[in-house]
Design a protein around this ligand. Structure first.
Ligand code: PLP
Length: 373
């Protein structure tokens, strides 16, 4: 699905030198590389504060801790997401309230969000799934109207722009109160291990986030709040500094691959290509097709036989997961999410796809329909 090896080969001398330099410096934790990366990411995103942390799941947890959410508080998010979003809500004793998504963008349906609000609702977590922004303007309005915090799960969309109705742009993850991201290796800005970060424009919140990721401690060994230990290490920061300089070029390479796929599958009766929404640029964390009238697991098996990987993100929505079994929800509650879970399949999507590979992948997808459908 990704080709991290070929990507590494292109930046290898720089990366190797930077990693060795950190090792020689012995400044492994919170060293100058972490501070430099933090500043460079702030500049890239146009956000006041970046707080690096251990991974994207921690980022979501720390965000909810900083907002002083209490057990019983309701947090609204979508059922069609990666589990981390819902996991941290449950872990903190908060109540996840799930809503359906838009069938074309796979992202939160703002009207469904509005309808799910109760007097207990404290926050909403829009997930910018697969590389494009949630329709944030209505989400901002609704959240403002009801006094709710917005925590953006930007793990899949770093570098993407939300386009406001007046056509002005803002980077996803910097629009709500707090944005969260992941530097997991396969993410659009991935390091060579685990990593994550929080973003905010609010000085007070930034201070709280920095204290929470560091054991709730501002002055060493004095703990004013319960915190966690969640750090981005200096080696990962050194790698991320190099990769951040390539992020826009990486997004362009992903878009080029998506264009190729789009052209090959356009007007195919069994495939619907991913919509590019008018209120977002797309950084194609995933290239996800909707299939019609076929068993996409049979397509996945067929492609596997041709050595083409394909994945289903996500086969089981959160409200139908054993761990999040909840008497409030049953099968049928989120029809769009459930239908997408039955339809979607994602093709290889990364920065190193060349025309020969894309031709091979698309020919095999199309031949499945000729042979099997
Ligand atoms: C990857 C991901 C996360 C979690 O990031 P980790 O760094 O793996 O903990 C959270 N939300 C979404 C939508 C993700 O894709």
């Amino acid at each position: 699905m990704v080709d991290l090896k070929r990507q590494y080969e292109k930046i290898r001398p720089e990366v190797d030198e930077a990693v060795l330099e950190v090792i020689r410096s012995t400044k492994y934790i919170n060293g100058p590389e972490v501070q430099a990366f933090r500043e460079e990411l702030e500049n890239y995103l146009g956000v006041k504060h970046v707080v690096p942390c251990g991974n994207g799941t921690d980022a979501l947890q720390v965000a909810m801790m900083a907002l002083d959410l209490k057990p019983g508080d309701e947090v609204i998010t979508t059922s069609f997401t990666f589990v981390a979003t819902v996991e941290v809500i449950a872990l903190l004793g908060l109540t996840p309230v799930l809503v359906d998504v838009d069938p074309d963008t796979f992202n939160m349906d703002p009207e469904a969000f509005r309808k799910a609000i109760t007097p207990k609702t404290k926050a909403v977590v829009p997930v910018h799934l697969f590389g494009q922004s949630v329709n944030m303007d209505p989400v901002l309005d609704i959240a403002r109207e009801h006094g709710l915090y917005i925590i953006e799960d930007n793990a899949q969309a770093i570098g993407s722009d939300y386009i406001f109705p007046d056509r002005s742009k803002q980077k996803t993850g910097t629009i709500g109160h707090i944005g969260c991201t992941s530097f997991f290796p396969s993410k659009n800005l991935g390091c060579y291990g685990d990593g994550g970060a929080l973003f905010t424009n609010d000085d007070e919140l930034a201070k709280k986030l920095r204290v929470i990721v560091n054991h709730g401690m501002e002055t060493r060994y004095y703990h004013d709040s319960v915190g966690v230990n969640s750090r981005l290490d200096s080696i990962q920061a050194a790698i991320l500094r190099i990769k951040l300089r390539h992020l826009d070029e990486y997004a362009a390479a992903r878009r080029k691959a998506a264009d190729y796929y789009d052209a090959a599958f356009k007007d195919h009766p069994g495939l619907i290509t991913p919509e590019r929404s008018r209120f977002s640029t797309h950084v194609f964390h995933q290239y996800t097709l909707k299939t019609m009238g076929i068993d996409r697991f049979a397509l996945q098996e067929y492609l596997k036989g041709k050595e083409v990987p394909a994945m289903v993100y996500y086969p089981v929505p959160m409200h139908m997961q054993k761990a999040y079994d909840d008497p409030r929800y049953k099968e049928g509650d989120f029809p769009v999410t459930e239908e997408l879970s039955r339809q979607v399949i994602s093709l290889p999507m990364h920065t190193e796809l060349d025309d020969e590979q894309l031709a091979y992948i698309t020919e095999n997808v199309l031949s499945f329909f000729k042979e099997k459908a």
